[in-house]
Design a protein around this ligand. Structure first.
Ligand SMILES: [Zn+2]
Ligand SMILES: [Zn+2]
Length: 555
């Protein structure tokens, strides 16, 4: 019996379930932990001022001596973004394909961690051993080159993680999802499949990335003035097709935006992007060039306020501005939550007199397979158990239904939340509790120091502003020496609310004097008295609840 408990395998996610982003999956035995992906996510609207969100890895930190390796499926930020934070706490080798490692290297370099990290390059045909686990890979097509899925050998059968994938029948780089290998894996017996659920609600088959090539080429043939193309910085395939179109229409390209320049440099150096030598020009030269011979490739497809395209549209970019007669191609669909900022951007571009091409399938194709492709994956692998991953709950659920149609018993499909564990013993699976999981918010250099209270304060500040009340008391705290002075920001326009502020001032003064005369000396009590009286008064007068910050000084 002891042997059996040794062979118990636990599978869970610390991120990537119930959300799109911060993917992180864990396979654990008694002695060892293997991690798949370490991504981050951009903050939700109510996480004010937060830069990025990473998974809570306290379980891994507690068990860090068990961690044998981190395998990365591909170079998207929702799969590599948290690595720097994790490698500060956990020492383990990181495995990835050439382009993935190239992007990881760059990411770690920015965080000053490159030298410490143990990065190991693999490819679609590699066989490695991570701890006790023999691991092999299979190539998949996705919106970034060099993506792989992972197959982990365990005594109970294979655990397969697809990574992000589609079955592109005409991939730009000619590297297909390895159907042959998937068939062989399926024949060996898959204990559990974890598969990408992003597009599980969309029927049919996703269009090939090459269809966007002909769409983009057409735009290049038809446009008269300058062409400005924006897409995801990491979509090397689409960038390649923009370069091809520019080359055949004899247009020079100026690349604008830090992230896209960086990805292009890395992928060109590693051989994933092929550019004619003389095709690029410096953005500063564009102004003096023939518009018919010019194209601009830039970031900003999601309408991000600080991105190159938004700044060019608002005239706040230091080198380039969108002008009447430009054709702007938005070769990417807005991600969920970005629709509003994208449509605002499009409106703005039209007002400038630009032609805008967007929202058409022939300039964008998803990197994630639709229902038929997810079914194909299920049919090739024929898993005994199924965990839909990489998606919001309704996507996981839709994927679960597809699995049922593909013959996986609903009892063997697990719709999990972050941290929920599925345990395999003797090839049988059951739910088995929960490990700690959640969001860690990163704001500037602070990791996890922004909690609910900080967020509540930021929300208050953003909604109703702040009032600072400064008052100076004498040494014995028996009388007011100066003040109270009330300073407000983001609450009311003071010059038009003199009366209100004066009245507020009097309220504070009376409250304080009364308290002092009653011999109240604790500053905390005095402060809360000030807060109470002010907040009641201001709410009565304005129906607003600004943050009130009393400051007491003593001379
Ligand atoms: Zn991806
Ligand atoms: Zn992803």
């Amino acid at each position: 019996m002891a042997k059996q408990s040794l062979d118990t395998i636990r599978v869970f996610a610390l991120g990537g379930l119930g959300e799109l982003g911060k993917n992180m999956y864990v396979v654990e035995t008694e002695e060892e932990i293997l991690i798949i992906d370490a991504g981050w996510m951009f903050p939700e609207d109510d996480m004010l001022g937060v830069d990025v969100v990473i998974p809570d890895i306290s379980y891994l930190v507690q068990n860090k001596e068990k961690v044998r390796g981190i395998i990365i499926t591909h170079g998207h930020e929702d799969h590599i973004g948290a690595l720097a934070y994790i490698l500060r706490k956990i020492h383990a080798p990181v495995y990835g394909t050439k382009l993935t490692i190239g992007l990881v290297e760059d990411h770690l370099k920015e965080k000053g961690l490159r030298k410490k990290a143990d990065l190991r390059q693999i490819h679609g045909e590699s066989r490695i051993t991570v701890g006790q686990f023999p691991v092999h890979f299979f190539r998949v097509t996705h919106s970034i080159p060099d993506s792989v899925g992972i197959s982990i050998e365990t005594p109970q059968g294979l655990i397969v993680h697809t990574g992000d994938f589609k079955f592109d029948q005409s991939p730009v780089d000619g590297r297909y999802t390895d159907i042959d290998k998937l068939t062989r894996i399926g024949k060996r017996g898959v204990l559990c499949l974890l598969s990408d659920s992003t597009n599980a609600e969309i029927p049919g088959t996703s269009p090939s990335e090459t269809t966007t090539g002909s769409g983009i080429a057409e735009m290049f043939q038809e446009a008269h003035g300058r062409i400005i193309v924006t897409t995801f910085a990491s979509n090397v395939h689409r960038i390649q097709q923009v370069i091809n179109a520019a080359e055949s229409e004899q247009r020079k390209i100026a690349v604008v935006g830090h992230s896209i320049s960086k990805v292009m440099e890395i992928s060109q150096k590693l051989g994933y992007l092929h550019c004619p030598d003389d095709i690029f020009v410096d953005p500063s030269e564009v102004e003096n060039m023939d518009p018919e011979r010019t194209a601009v490739l830039c970031t900003g497809s999601q309408g991000e306020p600080m991105s190159a395209l938004t700044q060019m549209a608002k005239g706040s970019h230091h080198e380039l501005a969108v002008e009447k007669g430009d054709t702007v191609v938005i070769a990417a669909n807005p991600k969920a939550g970005n629709e509003k900022s994208v449509s605002r951007l499009i409106d703005f571009l039209y007002q400038l007199g630009a032609e805008v091409i967007y929202g058409r399938d022939n300039v964008h194709a998803s990197g994630h397979g639709y229902q038929e492709e997810l079914m194909l994956m299920l049919n090739l692998l024929r898993p005994a158990h199924f965990i839909p991953v990489h998606g919001e709950f309704r996507m996981q659920q839709a994927h679960g239904e597809l699995a049922e149609a593909a013959g996986v018993s609903p009892d063997n499909t697990f719709l999990l939340d972050k941290g929920e564990v599925v345990e395999f013993t003797n090839k049988k699976a059951k739910r088995s509790g929960k490990v700690p999981s959640g969001n860690v918010l990163i704001d500037g250099l602070g990791v996890g120091d922004v909690g609910n209270i900080v967020l509540r304060d930021r929300r208050l500040l953003s909604e109703d502003g702040i009032l600072v009340v400064v008052v100076t008391l004498n040494k014995k705290s028996t009388g007011i020496v100066s003040g109270p002075d009330i300073i407000s920001r983001g609450f009311v326009y003071v010059r038009e609310s003199e009366e209100l502020m004066e009245e507020a001032n009097t309220k504070v003064k009376t409250t304080l004097e009364k308290a002092l005369s009653e011999n109240v000396k604790e500053w905390s009590t005095l402060k809360s008295n000030i807060r109470d009286v002010l907040s009641r008064f201001l709410y009565e007068k304005t129906k607003r609840r600004p943050m009130i910050l009393p400051i007491i000084m003593e001379v």
